[in-house]
Structures are given as structure tokens and as C-alpha cells.
Design a protein around this ligand. Structure first.
Ligand code: NAD
Length: 491
């Protein structure tokens, strides 16, 4: 049964949560009394629709239903998850929980997005404190995986486990914080950097732009993939972390930082920072900055997926969990009806597959067909083990017809058939669709090769037999329109 999430407060964070749940197949109800909230939430969900569906390599479930509610009571009735994202004021949050808990299911999880309050503070005036915990996300909530899960002694361990499981099922990375402290883990680290940055600007050591360059041209690139300790471990060389500590430890005694001191936020300092920030980025609109942020985040995370590192490792695992139980076959025995084209790709168009025309770029059609071909190879038994043992298929000819365009976030499916497969050669026909629109066809000739001699050879008997079985089962299908065509010539 489709589950329901209630989103209380539809600002930047609440809207991001709404998108995260909605695009992962939950029904979502939003409560925010401010005029214009519906449009603002809608705009963020539209942005998420471009970026999130194509982040992983496996399609998300069909989108849930989105409703805006006038009353808190109707928002939370029957909801399994309630996410509070109202402004950071303790009394406001506590008052809202009292109202929410009057109408919420006993079993519902009531999570707060608070950046700073501890669960004990939030639970203080509640009759059912064990229902409330912190699920602290990062902006944009629909793309950044981290969510800090913070609990008090009043939360039952099963409830915390359940919360973590739900967050994982949304493609997030729940990090359980061991003990509750104000501002949890990540914002504490960020505040240390922020404090230093304020000093550097105040003392005219650096401008806002120079500080950003110091981060994004250098350690920011390392942090995104290895964090702090793993990066420093490398810096320690073969001696690892112990060597690093011995080498750089003494520097901690030198007065490199301002430690706990905070510069006074005078009007002068605020003005200086705002002016420098305008000089740095004032030529870009908020929309420009948000679009660039989303494209870059998708590009970075997809490249980490290729390496199976950090957030990429987590996204690969989320893909595998989503694929389990789907119609995508990995072997011949998984295919219910061999006589029909086989589903070899089921995903959405990633943001980093677009070109300057705003649609999926030419090279990515071949990329997608290449992945579908890999899936056919796996299905007939030419899997990574077979390749490691020394044999594989090489593509020797490809013909792609581009029939219709497709944009970021749109569903993309490929169905494939063997037009021929005789043990040595394989002729594959792929049809790429988005919904009921045919986008492209790909025809590919592959030869079976010995990876040592790099020459054509017969496939191992099991692979040859599977190839023949699939080609014969599909032989009764009509010849596809466009098969065997060369590039069109004027008559
Ligand atoms: P925001 O000001 O953008 O949004 C708050 C929303 O709550 C507004 O749309 C407002 O209309 C609505 N609201 C106010 N009173 C309400 C009420 N009584 N009932 C329902 N809605 C109400 O703030 P935000 O940045 O989205 O932050 C929300 C929470 O998320 C805060 O606790 C904040 O600490 C936390 N948080 C923020 C960030 C961030 O980067 N902005 C990151 C992580 C967590």
C-alpha cells in the first residue's frame, strides 16, 4: 500500500522533503499556512523532477500523489511519517508537536529537520516524547543523501531502526548520531569553518571569493569523496594515520585558528560580506545558482557511482535494492516470455546527459544502447566471470536512428532482441522509448573474441546455446522497421 508523508512547513527544506518522498512513490500532504507556499513547493518539486529520477541507474517507483492541506489534522491523519520543517524556534516546534500528536497515528514517526535543537529539547512538553526524533537533512534535500538521525533515551530502538530503514528506502544515507548534542555533527564542523571564514573576511585576509576558491579548488574536491580522515591517511604516506598525526600534530599547538572566538556580526561586517558576495556571484540569478548546483551535484555523485566510492557506493546499493523484484532480467531463466523483446534498461535521463540544446546528447544514446548490450551479454551468460576467464564480445558496427528527443528526468526504457546469434556473431536490435514514444533504435553487430589473441572465436557452448535459444525464440517477431538500414542518401 502506498504510504503517506505529512510535511509541516513548506520552505526550502520542507519542499525538498516533499520532493524526496513524492518521487520515491509516497503520497505527500503539505501544510504551510503562508500565502504562496503551494507555488514555492511546486517550483522545488519541479526542480527535483529534473535531477533526482536520473541520479541512479534504476528507475524510481511511480510518483505519489501531492496534496496541500488547510488543516494540520487532515495533513497528519493516517500518515506514516511526519516531517516538521518550520522555522528554527523551539517554542514554535514544541507547540506544533502538541497539535500534531493529537491527530497523528501512534505508530507514525515525527521527525524534525532542526539544525540545532536536541531531541530532548523538542520532546520536552510532549505526552508521547518517544514519537519525536531529529532527521536533519541537507539542502537540496532531494539530492544530498545525508540525514543525521538523532534520538534521546526516550526513543525506542525499534522506532529508530524503522526510521533509518525508511530514510534508506528514499535513497538517503541516515547517519545515526550516538549522543544528542546541539547542532549534531555536520553543522558543528561547518560552523568551525564558517567562523574562520568570518574572521578572514573581517580581518581583510581574504574576500568571500578567495575563501570559496580555497575550498572548491582544493580540499573541497577531496572532502566530497574521502572526507577528512581518509584524506589525511593518504597524506601520512605508507605510515598512514599514525605518521600523519606525528607529522602534523605539533602544528595544532601553533595559533593557526581563532578556535572558539567569534567575530562580532556588526552591520559593517554584514555589509562587507554581502557586498563581496554580490561582486562574486551577483551576476548569477538564484535560479542559475540552483540549476548549476543540481547539475554539479548529479555529475559529482554519478562519477562517484562509477568508482563505487562515498555517496556513489551508497547510491549503487540503493539501485541494487530498487532493482530487486523488478522485471529486469539478468539471466535467460528470469525471462517469462522469450519470444518478446527483453527489457534491458529502465531508468530516467540524468541531468548530466543533456547537451546545449537542452535534450539528451547524441553520445548518450550510444552509451545507453551500450549498457543495454551489456545486459544482453549478461543474460546469455557472457557475465563478468566469463569475461574474466578470457572471452567476450566486441562491437564491430553500430547504426543509431534518432527519432524523438527526450529531456532530463524523463523515463527511459530499452527493449532488445537478437536478430541473429550463431555462436560467433550476434546482431542486436534495441528500441529506446519514453512512455509510449519511440526515441531511437540501435542496431549493433558484435563478434565473439578471445581476449588473449584478440581474434574472433566460437563462444563457449553454454553462451552459444543461450544466444541461439534467444534468437530462435524471437525469430517469429516481424522484422523491425529500419533494421539493416544504412545512413539515408538523397535519391
Ligand atoms: P524556511 O523559512 O525556508 O521555511 C519555513 C517554512 O515554515 C515557511 O514556508 C513558513 O511559511 C512555514 N511555517 C511557519 N510557521 C508555520 C506553522 N506554524 N505551520 C506550518 N508551517 C509554518 O526555513 P527552512 O530553511 O526550510 O528551515 C526549516 C527547518 O529546517 C529549520 O528547523 C532549519 O533549522 C532546518 N534546516 C534548514 C536547512 C537549510 O539549509 N535551510 C538545512 C537543514 C535543516
Amino acid at each position: 500500500m502506498t504510504q503517506t508523508a505529512a510535511i509541516i512547513g513548506g520552505g526550502v527544506i520542507g519542499a525538498g522533503w516533499a520532493a524526496r518522498f513524492l518521487l520515491n512513490g509516497w503520497n505527500v500532504r503539505v501544510f504551510d499556512p503562508e500565502p504562496g507556499a503551494e507555488e514555492r513547493v511546486g517550483a522545488i518539486i519541479d526542480r527535483a523532477r529534473l535531477a533526482l529520477p536520473g541520479l541512479g541507474d534504476v528507475a524510481l517507483p511511480p510518483e505519489g500523489e501531492l496534496t496541500f492541506c488547510k488543516l494540520m489534522s487532515e495533513t497528519v491523519a493516517g500518515a506514516a511519517w511526519i516531517q516538521e520543517s518550520v522555522p528554527e524556534r523551539l517554542e514554535l516546534k514544541q507547540t506544533i508537536y502538541q497539535k500534531l500528536q493529537e491527530h497523528a497515528e501512534e505508530s507514525a514517526i515525527l521527525a524534525s529537520s532542526t539544525s540545532g535543537f536536541t531531541p530532548s529539547e523538542l520532546q520536552a512538553h510532549s505526552n508521547n516524547p518517544g514519537q519525536i526524533l531529529v532527521a536533519h537533512p541537507f539542502n537540496p534535500v532531494y539530492l544530498v543523501p545525508l540525514v543525521e538521525v538523532v534520538h534521546s533515551g526516550k526513543n525506542h530502538p525499534d522506532m529508530i531502526d524503522n526510521a533509518q530503514e525508511i530514510l534508506s528506502s528514499l535513497g538517503m544515507y541516515p547517519l545515526r548520531v550516538r549522543s544528542e548534542i546541539p547542532a549534531h555533527i555536520a553543522d558543528r564542523l561547518l560552523e568551525a569553518v564558517w567562523r574562520e571564514a568570518l574572521w578572514l573576511v573581517r580581518d581583510d585576509v581574504a574576500t568571500t571569493k578567495e575563501i570559496d576558491e580555497a575550498i572548491r579548488m582544493g580540499f573541497g574536491l577531496r572532502w566530497a569523496q574521502m572526507g577528512l580522515f581518509e584524506t589525511y591517511r593518504i597524506a601520512g604516506g605508507p605510515g598512514g594515520m599514525a605518521q600523519f598525526m606525528a607529522q602534523f600534530g605539533p602544528a595544532l599547538k601553533w595559533p593557526w585558528t581563532k578556535l572558539m572566538d567569534v567575530p562580532e556580526l556588526t552591520d559593517e561586517l554584514i555589509h562587507k560580506i554581502a557586498e563581496q558576495s554580490d561582486d562574486q556571484s551577483g551576476h548569477l540569478s538564484l535560479d542559475d545558482l540552483q540549476s548549476a548546483r543540481d547539475r554539479n551535484l548529479v555529475g559529482i555523485m554519478r562519477s562517484l557511482m562509477r568508482e563505487g566510492w562515498g555517496a556513489g557506493d551508497m547510491l549503487n546499493k540503493a539501485d541494487r535494492a530498487r532493482e530487486a523484484g523488478r522485471a529486469m532480467a539478468r539471466q535467460l531463466a528470469d525471462i517469462a516470455d522469450l519470444s518478446q523483446p527483453v527489457l534491458t534498461m529502465d531508468r530516467a535521463v540524468p541531468l548530466d546527459w543533456l547537451d546545449y540544446n537542452g535534450h539528451m546528447t547524441e553520445g548518450k544514446y550510444l552509451h545507453a544502447f551500450g549498457n543495454a548490450t551489456d545486459r544482453i551479454m549478461e543474460i546469455i551468460g557472457c557475465d563478468p566471470e566469463y569475461v574474466a576467464a578470457g572471452k567476450s564480445f566486441f562491437t564491430v558496427e553500430t547504426h543509431i536512428r534518432h527519432i524523438d528527443e527526450v529531456k532530463a528526468g524523463a523515463p527511459l526504457q530499452i527493449r532488445s532482441r537478437l536478430l541473429a546469434g550463431d555462436g560467433k556473431r550476434m546482431r542486436i536490435w534495441h528500441e529506446m522509448t519514453s512512455g509510449d514514444r519511440l526515441l531511437a533504435t540501435g542496431e549493433h553487430m558484435l563478434l565473439h573474441v578471445d581476449l588473449e589473441t584478440r581474434r574472433v572465436c566460437d563462444a563457449e557452448p553454454a553462451v552459444a546455446a543461450a544466444m541461439r535459444q534467444l534468437a530462435e525464440a524471437q525469430a517469429a517477431l516481424p522484422e523491425p522497421d529500419g533494421a539493416g538500414r544504412a545512413v539515408g542518401q538523397p535519391r
